[in-house]
Design a protein around this ligand. Structure first.
Ligand code: HEC
Length: 139
């Protein structure tokens, strides 16, 4: 008697709960990702790209590839320069580009970037935060 009452009333309730949990988990897993990626792309387009354009493109974009490095497209930036990868998405502390703009890399080869000046602390922080957040940028 007890057993059949369980299967007739409690089971559908239990299944509904599991179903609701599953939907909830799916929503949690799927929703934040595009939103986060979008925010991150905004960070690049609005903040990081202008920093690169103003301070780096004259030597690292278009026809210019000092140190074998171009940073004006995603493919070129990820390819890196003569010393290999210059950014490790998610890990600014492992990114050569961050060490160089902080002027905490080698003094001569490759040199601190830009070679004859230093970008502002706010700009360095923005580039660092963007790489830490995964260095998402449009293709
Ligand atoms: C006046 C030209 C000039 C500007 C401006 C400049 N760079 Fe460079 N960059 C160079 C040269 C030249 C090298 C190669 C240095 C060497 O081999 O010692 C280089 C090398 C690099 C490298 C190392 C590449 C490798 O694989 O060794 C990185 C990373 C880099 N630059 C990033 C930047 C960033 C980011 C900016 C802007 C904040 C910037 N550079 C601005 C001339 C420039």
């Amino acid at each position: 008697m007890l057993k059949s009452r369980w299967s007739q009333s409690a089971m559908p309730v239990a299944l509904t709960c599991v179903g609701a949990l599953g939907l909830g988990a799916t929503a949690l897993l799927w929703q934040p990702r595009p939103v986060a990626a979008q925010a991150n792309t905004d960070l690049y387009v609005k903040t990081v790209q202008p920093i690169f354009a103003n301070n780096c493109y004259r030597c690292h974009a278009g026809e210019n590839h000092r140190g074998g490095l171009q940073i004006d497209t995603k493919a070129r930036l990820l390819k890196g320069g003569k010393d290999g990868a210059v950014i490790v998405p998610g890990h600014p502390e492992q990114s050569l580009l961050v060490a160089l703009i902080r002027h905490e890399g080698p003094a001569d080869d490759p040199m601190p970037m830009p070679p004859k000046s230093k970008i502002s602390d706010a700009d360095i922080a923005a580039v660092t935060a963007w790489i830490k957040a995964g260095a998402v940028m449009p293709d």
